[in-house]
Design a protein around this ligand. Structure first.
Ligand code: AMP
Length: 288
């Protein structure tokens, strides 16, 4: 089938748990790659889907804007929703199934459970978005139980989230391989994000400075600048580049982001930042 024909088809979708289960039950003894998303798909999401497609017999993508990970003053209502375009993109990637549950299917009346990875959910982004990581841990656990994937794909763009999922899967002994996929960027370095469409023209022009500052900061970290000095330098540099406020600019150990990076320790690090342009929060990270 040529690409044009494929992209004019919609991907196979289910919205009900019973329909998901009846598909899943036909795939016993097959590898199932799962890509959880909130939709408004872009090349970053598609990189995860392609990774899954390379390895797994079946690929399942979920689209669910998870209310539990949004705070009361955050963008749950305005979060971009574009299901038709998403389904075209997923059909072109030859996805086997797209699960698009409604809120009641994910959180039925009386739902009480909250999952929290305690060492990771109060640091970095967790300090600014207190409900965020437990909201994600809860929905991902629930989706894992429903989809029962053998492999699950997460972007390193959301580095703290990826680390949290790895910890969650290890702690609960969930039988799934978690694969972290490299960050996909625009040609000017801006990490792709569904929220980039909120940026106005002026802010979009400033946005690549985040990646540039992270790259320069990683050089400084390797050259021995302390995490504290690096944080101060990162804040000043981003503010000079027009970012209104900087939530954090943190050099941490790559395998343990609760601990500051020091070059003397001879371990790999990750420089992670979250900052604001207007009402849009950008998160990004680079290797040290
Ligand atoms: P979201 O729809 O924002 O919840 O993202 C769904 C998945 O796509 C998460 O695992 C993200 O980390 C991943 N993702 C989002 N943007 C990118 C990107 N630019 N590069 C790689 N992965 C990404």
């Amino acid at each position: 089938m040529n690409l044009q024909a494929a992209s004019s088809l919609k991907a196979n979708t289910v919205t009900k748990i019973e329909d998901l289960e009846s598909c899943r039950n036909q795939w016993q003894n097959q590898t199932i790659g799962f890509v959880p998303t909130m939709g408004a798909l872009h090349e970053g999401h598609l990189a995860l889907v392609r990774e899954a497609r390379k390895t797994c017999d079946r690929v399942v993508v979920s689209i669910f804007v998870n209310p539990k990970q949004f705070g009361p003053n955050e963008d749950l209502v305005t979060y971009p929703r574009m299901i038709d375009a998403d389904l075209d993109l997923l059909a072109a990637e030859n996805v086997d199934l797209v699960f698009i549950p409604d809120e009641k299917s994910v959180y039925p009346d009386g739902f009480q459970t909250k999952i929290s990875v305690v060492n990771l959910d109060t640091i970095l982004t967790g300090q600014f978005r207190p409900q965020f990581f437990s909201g994600i841990a809860t929905v991902v656990t629930r989706l894992f139980m429903l989809v029962r994937p053998t492999h699950a794909y997460f972007g390193k763009k959301d580095y703290q989230q990826w680390q949290m999922i790895c910890q969650l899967v290890a702690d609960l002994h969930i039988p799934v391989d978690v694969i972290g996929v490299p960050i996909v960027r625009e040609s000017d370095g801006l990490a792709l994000s569904s929220r980039n469409m909120y940026l106005n023209e002026q802010d979009r022009a400033k946005a690549p400075a985040l990646y540039e500052t992270l790259l320069a900061g990683a050089d400084k970290a390797r050259a021995g600048m302390s995490a504290k000095d690096l944080e101060d330098w990162g804040r000043e540099t981003l503010q000079a580049a027009g970012f209104e406020s900087v939530d954090y600019f943190a050099a941490r150990l790559a395998e343990d982001i609760t601990t500051n990076y020091t070059c003397a320790a001879n371990q790999s690090g990750r420089l992670i930042a979250a900052t604001w342009l207007g009402t849009t929060r950008l998160v990004d990270n680079v290797e040290i």
